[in-house]
Design a protein around this ligand. Structure first.
Ligand SMILES: [Zn+2]
Length: 145
């Protein structure tokens, strides 16, 4: 009887908490605000040719500006996402493989001049010039405030 009662209480709690009209959904919606309070969207779209708008917005929200190691003061509005592992090398279009850089650092330094980028799991990164010069970031990207 006790096990059956526990089962019924658990079922009632799950019904209140889960689903689109549940408490968890309501709290999530209020925490995330208007811009992110919508349908679920994939954080990894595989080897897509285009970076979807929601992944661009999430990368900008997470990175808060150009992530070039050593400092760059371009705000998120002046940045675009770069595939850390290039698509040609099997890199995925996913939040984990995107990082925001300003136009100069993205197109000129990383793509044209060939500086090699490495990102660590803690969010810090380093770049290495073709001549071997290394620049490291010293802290993870800032948290959205
Ligand atoms: Zn930059």
């Amino acid at each position: 009887v006790l096990a059956m009662l526990e089962q019924q209480i658990l079922a009632a709690v799950i019904a209140v908490v889960s689903g689109p009209g549940g408490v968890a959904s309501f709290l999530r919606g209020n925490l995330l605000g208007k811009g992110l309070n919508g349908p679920s969207l994939p954080l990894d779209v595989g080897q897509a040719d285009q970076i979807p708008a929601h992944l661009r917005r999430l990368t900008a929200l997470r990175d808060q500006g150009c992530q070039y190691p050593g400092g760059c003061d371009q705000p998120a509005a002046g940045c675009e996402p770069h595939h850390v592992m290039h698509r040609a090398d099997g890199g995925r279009t996913s939040l984990g493989n995107l990082k925001d850089y300003c136009w100069w650092h993205h197109h000129v330094v990383l793509h044209e001049l060939g500086w090699a980028l490495a990102v660590r799991p803690d969010g810090t990164s380093q770049v290495r010039s073709p001549a071997g010069k290394i620049i490291r970031s010293h802290s993870p990207p800032p948290r959205p405030g």
